[in-house]
Design a protein around this ligand. Structure first.
Ligand code: AHR
Length: 501
């Protein structure tokens, strides 16, 4: 909702703009009084990098095959093999950055398996995700083609666990060297006259787990070795992303940085999932609150990991990347059989979770570099769902709509917000400004503990039969002098855009 506010009222209030978020009566034990929220439009935090709204696509279930890529001969409407509806929805939302091919899959992926004539590409078993035979038909060229269609910055995850420094070195040359070398000429022969200009390169993934089950010191030594062979081609300086901690694993980050002893990476990839014990559409109230409370820990973890990095020589130069995040609910086998591995519905609870995460990124804009939700289509907290890899339907999830609500923040400057209730389930708010526009996003993660729970609220989702049961709608707000009053219903995500005159 846009509001008109005079410049004097807005700018003249040099200290703060007050905003009242009212919790409806009867919802909370202490809910009768309005909760005060202060947006300090004068206290800048840092840029809301569009990369905070980044994405991740892995060769897992129906994410790549079926979700993004259906093949050129598919009866499903496609653009040169890419699922048309997915491309359209994602383009509309805007995908600032896309990470591929994993995940765990990355450390068992050999890029050469995915270039050259499709029929000659070797067939490999995807050992991490279901043991199906992967035909390599979606490889580097196909990925770059998708990024170009979406306008996304490509982010390739290299193989450290079962790969070699040479393999990563060659992949970078193949992608970025304009012409003249054997690898560049091979890319040109394979149909890409223009270099791919890939800037972001992951050096392994979760090398504490599926990426080789290493100790941080072992991984740090490998990182040092791999990084020696990385070069700039065609003016593109590779930005290396090292494998970072699982959640707030301080030992990993310290062990890595201690052993590294200089030569810091451009980024450190931290993964933090918010698990839940119930099936997505069957969450109990308690489990929902437990899951949503994890976001407070995520916020603390980012602050702490940033502080650890900052304590090292050149540590401040390392961009902290929340490379995989999102709710990870219980996934019944029957759903996986029908729709694909890790296929998960996104409910109103998931939208609230997305809003909590995205608000944190704004509030910690000075501490983060990039954040990629897991994953873009059909896997975990996805933006889109298809009814199986071969299904014709493709719908936008509640998480998609939550991302859409945060889009106005992109490239603005995050500003401080003070809230009364700092508890994990307190109202979550963030704000950003640019020119005459102030964007405020508000999330209420509470449900009514005192009244009968209305399961349709947090288990509401978009289904193939009813793809628009959760959509964006406008909410009335009142402006009184420099004070904004609005009702923020339980389990809701909202954006307010104020315009000065
Ligand atoms: O996103 C699913 C998996 O979660 C990824 O493959 C891995 O990196 C993480 O454990």
């Amino acid at each position: 909702m846009g509001l008109k506010l005079s410049r004097r009222q807005f700018v003249g209030s040099t200290t703060a703009l007050s905003l009242m978020a009212i919790i409806p009566r009867g919802l909370l034990a202490a809910s009768s009084s309005a909760q005060k929220v202060v947006v300090r439009s004068d206290a800048e935090i840092g840029a809301v990098r569009p990369e905070f709204h980044g994405h991740f696509a892995e060769h897992l279930g129906a994410c790549v095959y079926g979700g993004l890529w259906v093949g050129k001969k598919s009866p499903i409407p496609n653009i040169d093999g890419y699922r048309k509806q997915s491309v359209e929805y994602l383009k509309e939302l805007g995908v600032p950055v896309l990470r591929w091919p994993g995940g765990c899959y990355a450390d068992d992926y050999h890029w050469r398996d995915g270039v050259g004539p499709v029929e000659q590409r070797p067939k490999r078993v995807n050992i991490h995700w279901g043991g199906y035979v992967e035909d390599g038909s979606f490889g580097t060229h196909e990925f770059i083609g998708l990024c170009r269609l979406l306008g996304a910055e490509p982010y390739l995850a290299g193989n450290v666990g079962s790969g070699s420094p040479r393999e990563l070195r060659d992949w970078i040359e193949y992608c970025n060297m304009p012409s003249g070398s054997t690898l560049a000429e091979e890319r040109i022969k394979n149909g890409a006259a223009e270099p791919f200009r890939v800037r972001y390169w992951g050096v392994g993934n979760e090398n504490w787990g599926c990426g080789g089950w290493m100790r941080p010191e072992v991984y740090a030594n490998l990182y040092r070795q791999f990084s020696v062979y990385i070069r700039e081609y065609g003016g593109i300086e590779p930005f290396l992303v090292a494998s970072g901690p699982n959640g707030n694993d301080r030992r990993w980050t310290r062990g890595f940085m201690d052993t590294l002893d200089g030569g810091v990476p451009g980024g450190l990839s931290m993964h933090y999932y918010e698990g839940g014990p119930d099936r997505s559409t069957e969450f109990s109230a308690d489990h929902m609150s437990q899951q949503l409370s994890i976001f407070k820990k995520v916020e603390d973890a980012v602050v702490e990991q940033r502080a650890i990095l900052d304590g090292y020589r050149d540590g401040r130069k390392v961009g902290l990347i929340l490379d995989e995040w999102g709710v990870w609910d219980k996934i019944p086998e029957a759903d996986e059989k029908r729709y694909g591995k890790l296929w998960m519905q996104s409910t109103m609870r998931s939208a609230v979770a997305a809003g909590l995460g995205l608000n944190i990124f704004n509030r910690l804009a000075d501490k983060l570099f990039m954040c990629n939700i897991a994953q873009i289509v059909n896997v975990l907290q996805s933006l889109l769902l298809t009814d199986g890899p071969e299904g014709k339907s493709c719908i936008r999830t509640t998480t998609y709509h939550a991302f859409a609500l945060f889009k106005p923040h992109r490239s603005k400057t995050a500003v401080r917000v003070e809230t009364q209730d700092a508890s994990p389930l307190g109202v979550s708010v963030s704000a950003s400004k640019a020119g005459e526009e102030l964007v405020i996003t508000l999330v209420n993660p509470r449900h009514d503990a005192d009244v009968e729970l209305d399961c349709t609220i947090w288990n509401a989702c978009n289904t193939f039969e009813n793809p628009n049961s959760v959509v964006l709608q406008s909410q009335p707000v009142k402006m009184e002098a420099a004070r904004l009053r609005m009702e923020l219903p339980r389990l809701s995500v909202a954006t307010v855009i104020l315009k000065t005159e």
